[in-house]
Design a protein around this ligand. Sequence first.
Ligand SMILES: [Zn+2]
Length: 512
Amino acid sequence: MKDIHYYIQLLIDYAVKKDLIKENDRTWAANQIIAKLKLPCFNPSAINEASPQEALPQYPDAILSEISKFAVKNKIIEDVPALKALFETEIIGALLQRPSDFVSSFEKIRKNKGAKSAIQWLYEKEKQAFYIKVKEIKKNIQWKTQTQYGTLDLTINLSKPEKTQKEIALLKTQGAKALNDFVYPKCVLCAQNEGFAGNFKYQARQNLRLIPMTLGGEKWYFQFSPFVYYNEHCIVLDETHKPMNINEKTFVRFLDFLEKFPHYFIGSNADLPIVGGSILNHDHYQGGNYVFPIQTAKTRKNFKLKKFPKLKCSVLDWSLSVIRLAGARKDILAASSLILNRWKNYSDITVNIKAYTKKQRHNTVTPIARKIDRNFIMDLVLRNNRVAKDSNEGIFHSAPQYHHIKRENIGLIEAMGMAILPARLKKEIQIVKDCLIGAKLEKIKADKDANKHYEWAKELAAKYKFNSKNADDILKKEVGMIFAESLKCCAVFKDDEKGRNAFDRFIKTLSQ
Ligand SMILES: [Zn+2]
């Protein structure tokens, strides 16, 4: 049986090895931890195991888990996953450099080795600091599916733990307090989260580090997303808590960002509900070092904009309606703004597009930018969030027959060709799979979780002969097909004759 002093020693050895603290910080670090564990002393002589140096892992997840187990056993914290996560973050947070030291190290690496090295350094540090929880993220299920519009990415997101019964009960009793606390930080994206201890509403963020930068003459911050849907998934956020707003300045900030980090892409969720992301109240973008399916999409047609003869303009052969611009900074900025402003006021009732209902605006874009050599590429995904009596979740939203796979908004990441699917699917698809292999369709109908998939399963049973060898591949492929269909629903100009003609009419207005 290894005792707590063994794990404290291990964590300190780990922190020194990863350069989170220095050799001279050992005593100080041990005293930080014993205070949190309410221990009277640190007694490394009690360690009777082999040298912990040999057991040093790449990331601290397992050591922290042992320390929080001790805290539960000694009634320092309650046996609740959310409280354990807060405590583990508090422990590692006590062993990290201050934000200003992080920023200095980041800038030093950027100056000497370039932006790519600096970002990689920060990414690795945030894994070592338990902000990016490598063990949790490995649980996510990922695959690719071939479709009409190329290869799409799919992810079942299992890294956000589901709430236990005890947590739900605690949330209820502490609900009032949590609500009052909700004003600070104002939201999960606010810079106020850096170093925050967390509560039932907010994750602990003693291990979050922000890198300040100037974009469009304003102060913004760079941080990583703790959920890592793709390589180096970052968030770029406004210093102040103000709502999402796609306008001319958005494009300026994008290109400023790409001047600093030319190997990244940057994009923004749309600024309207239904077609936007889950956080509309704090202006932010997402970026990263990853090639999304949309980037390799083919061209449907090329066209010219009268005011910008040097700009390469095209309509992408993509499930959603996308205009791609390629060219120099000045042209990209002016043309993106022109298209956005024209689109905001554009109606074509023959294809159900209405710009306004009274004063309520429906048209917006999901913009994505990249830099190639000295030029920029801007993809503008045209969006409309109008609802109607027979499509009350959105005319250009995934149709109800696909909601059993995904009902949530088709935001930036989805529009680029990566599905973030709900955790429930892991269990439900397993039930569907077992029933399809055993030819027991009625069992799906009777299951309270899986019965939403009944009609789909019936179609699949007619289409394929399932066995234990082929079932996984078929289901992954078919889930991918449903995602592709959901994306098509969001196209404001459908990929058929009527839709293509309507798209052409809009493009013509851009040169008038
Ligand atoms: Zn905020």
